[in-house]
Ligand binder design. Structure first.
Ligand SMILES: *[C@@H]1O[C@H](CO)[C@@H](O)[C@H](O)[C@H]1NC(C)=O
Ligand SMILES: *[C@@H]1O[C@H](CO)[C@@H](O)[C@H](O)[C@H]1NC(C)=O
Ligand SMILES: *[C@@H]1O[C@H](CO)[C@@H](O)[C@H](O)[C@H]1NC(C)=O
Length: 248
């Protein structure tokens, strides 16, 4: 009985700890990923095990411009704002990545604890709550909010400033040619091999030229020698043959 009471207390305590976790939680940029911030995207640590008492509640990611996040009130987030309205400049924030709280599970497994969220991964075509690419001109803040039919009823803290990489042209130089250079390497390899084969052929032709011609001539001779051949001098025949061999 004593054990059950203790277990019960432990359960209540852990729920109490979890309940306070949401409002205490500060969204974090993933540390173990080199591309955690690019000129268009950033990578967040998945906030696992903080919404576990809200397994069926809608959890949104809200992304806001740093310059205006401090003016935003909870009531502003009650109606989800699609990415397109943010992109148009109608709003300084938008909602994306709607999931139920249960999608951020508690797990001791490494795979779950290492999971991350890539913000800015989509090209958005319509008026959806898509996870659209960001602008490298901007500084952002992000938070997770819980919405039900009456509006926002829980939320995390804002993240600290997320400054995207500014040097887009440099990034372009680093990223794009690496894709191309792969193709270039393959092409160069193929060309090198072809060149090597050609060189070997040429050397072989030069080295074995005379022997080859003798052999060819004897074959030619066996196949009923034409009358034309008869009045060709040996040197004429040879120079013509070498020339043809090298060209072909
Ligand atoms: C991004 O990850 C690197 C390590 O890969 C880390 O040093 C850096 O602090 C991270 N950036 C942010 C903003 O957390
Ligand atoms: C972020 O916004 C605050 C004001 O809300 C401002 O003081 C700060 O300089 C901004 N940071 C950047 C990197 O723009
Ligand atoms: C970046 O910001 C500068 C000035 O702050 C502006 O002139 C330019 O149009 C912006 N570029 C984009 C792609 O938003």
């Amino acid at each position: 009985m004593d054990l059950y009471i203790k277990l019960g207390l432990l359960l209540v305590m852990s729920i109490a700890v979890d309940a306070s976790d949401v409002s205490d939680y500060i969204p974090q940029i993933a540390q173990n990923i080199t591309t955690n911030i690019t000129d268009r995207t950033f990578v967040l640590v998945q906030p696992n095990c903080i919404f576990n008492q809200y397994t069926t509640t809608n959890v949104w990611v809200v992304i806001a411009l740093n310059k205006s996040f401090s003016n935003l009130k909870d009531s502003d987030f009650s109606t989800p704002v699609p990415y397109s309205s943010f992109k148009n400049g109608l709003y300084d924030y938008y909602h994306t990545l709607l999931v139920s709280g249960g999608k951020y599970p508690c797990s001791t497994g490494d795979s779950a604890s290492n999971k991350v969220i890539l913000i800015g991964s989509e090209t958005c075509k319509d008026n959806t709550f898509c996870n659209g690419v960001l602008s490298n001109n901007q500084t952002y803040r992000v938070k997770f909010i819980l919405l039900n039919s009456t509006g926002i009823f829980d939320k995390t803290q804002w993240s600290s400033e997320i400054i995207l990489q500014k040097d887009k042209s440099l990034l372009g130089l680093n990223v794009l040619p690496s894709g191309r250079s792969g193709g270039m390497i393959v092409l160069t390899s193929i060309l090198s091999v072809l060149l090597a084969i050609l060189l070997v052929s040429v050397i072989a032709a030069l080295a074995l030229g005379s022997r080859d011609i003798c052999w060819k001539r004897s074959v030619y001779n066996e196949k009923s020698v034409s009358s034309k051949m008869d009045f060709m001098t040996h040197s004429t025949y040879r120079s013509r043959y070498d020339h043809m061999y090298l060209v072909s």
